[in-house]
Write a protein that binds this ligand. Structure first.
Ligand SMILES: [Zn+2]
Length: 416
């Protein structure tokens, strides 16, 4: 595996590789457009500026579609300045963006690197496109202040609050052993999960070895503690018909008609439910077929995603895949080609921690990609309902609650 000490070997090389796009010193990052911080309200915790400056730097560095180099470099520098030891793990470029600069996972800890930790604190540093610049509401900053920008919620808000929570916990709580905690920030979560999968694979032959009793995943849960998330299934289907003049439909076979009938049946079918996760839902995300209004279409295709609420973690998606395959076959014995690229069943997490409101989320996370034996927690500031959208935002209050809550969650996890 391509782990390397950021201090000793790789970091200077990285700087050379990335010349011209180095970060600004932190003192210059601050609040854009002004040389001093906006006035803070009386409700400000002592670490508010540290938190907002860190989040601003993260959000201001674009990191979509395999382009995580800049934000990774920033994090390495930031964590080293904050007295962490840092390793980076190179992740190959995504297939559809082969020429991106080096991208890497970032692993950070205090003191000696031990073979086992109580808790891994982790989130992802990639975001969905397009980049949306950082923008903070004017006037006095209070808990209600809104911050807009790509990644404020998903998931740079989690990254920043996790780091500030750990910094604060280690500097104020002498009962916490810094060597119980290790931080991991991965690339590629929004696309294939290649960052976390590479990290997971590398656990088998890491030197020194690395294990952890629990892992805290940062994703937007509206400051609630998730009891789990639904599984997922991603597929495409092609219907093959026969073209003909639209005045003589009996001379052809409409691929569009077959596809419409099949999709309608699937939408009306119970694809499975469970008390914890609710219903499996089904989305025809892309639908295309035919060539013109007066031609019986010979070909139709769809891209599909199901959010899986049934079955085991490893195999739950196969239950849904089989139901869809059966309906396609019922609709037409041999018109359909059906292929699924990947999937997994619903994943449960530990939500039995005092002081947290439980929830279930319907989106995927990197949890299925971290294949090891550990207790999972899933928590983060912000709402998934604004993540990935044009108006992604978060409030200062949600961020500050997350810093408090991550500290509680870490204390709980390391006491187990
Ligand atoms: Zn995310």
């Amino acid at each position: 595996m391509h782990w390397a000490s950021a201090t000793a070997i790789v970091f200077p090389a990285l700087l050379a590789l990335c010349a011209g796009q180095q970060q600004q010193p932190l003192s210059e990052v601050g609040h854009s457009g002004s040389s001093h911080s906006p006035p803070a309200s009386a409700d400000a915790p002592s670490w508010r500026d540290e938190l907002l400056q860190l989040l601003e730097a993260l959000v201001s560095t674009p990191s979509a579609n395999g382009q995580e180099n800049g934000v990774g470099q920033f994090l390495v520098d930031y964590l080293q300045q904050a007295q962490y030891q840092v390793d980076i793990q190179f992740v190959p470029p995504p297939k559809d963006h082969p020429d991106v600069p080096d991208r890497f996972n970032v692993l950070a800890w205090r003191g000696e690197r031990k073979p086992s930790y109580k808790t891994l604190v982790t989130s992802h540093i990639d975001v969905v496109p397009p980049h949306i610049p950082w923008e903070i509401e004017g006037g006095e900053v209070s808990k209600k202040t809104i911050i807009k920008g790509r990644g404020t919620t998903d998931a740079k808000g989690s990254v920043a609050t996790q780091i500030v929570a750990v910094n604060h916990l280690l500097s104020t709580n002498s009962d916490v052993n810094p060597e119980d905690l290790i931080l991991l920030f991965v690339v590629g979560e929004e696309t294939t999960g290649d960052g976390m999968r590479l990290f997971s694979d590398s656990l088998k032959h890491m030197d020194p070895p690395l294990s952890f009793d629990s892992a805290i995943f940062g994703e937007p849960t509206e400051n609630k503690l998730a009891c789990g998330h639904k599984g997922a299934l991603f597929c495409s289907a092609v219907a093959k018909g026969k073209d003909a003049h639209s005045g003589y439909p009996e001379m052809g076979k409409s691929a569009n008609e077959l596809m419409i009938r099949a999709m309608n049946k699937i939408l009306d079918t119970d694809l499975g439910s469970s008390p914890l996760f609710g219903n499996t839902t089904f989305n025809v995300g892309r639908f295309d077929g035919g060539v013109a209004a007066n031609v019986i279409p010979a070909k139709a295709f769809v891209d599909l995603a199901a959010r899986v609420a049934v079955g085991s973690e490893r195999e739950g998606h196969r239950v849904v895949q089989q139901k869809i395959a059966d309906i396609l076959k019922e609709t037409d014995e041999d018109a359909f080609a059906f292929e699924c690229t990947h999937g997994y069943g619903p994943y449960e997490c530990n939500c039995d921690v005092e002081g947290f409101e439980p929830t279930i989320v319907n989106y995927g996370t990197d949890i299925p990609n971290l294949d090891a034996d550990y207790v999972r927690y899933l928590y983060g500031p912000g709402s998934i309902l604004v993540a990935h959208g044009d108006h992604e935002y978060i409030t200062v209050g949600d961020l500050e609650k997350a810093v408090e809550d991550y500290q509680k969650l870490i204390l709980h996890a390391i006491s187990q």
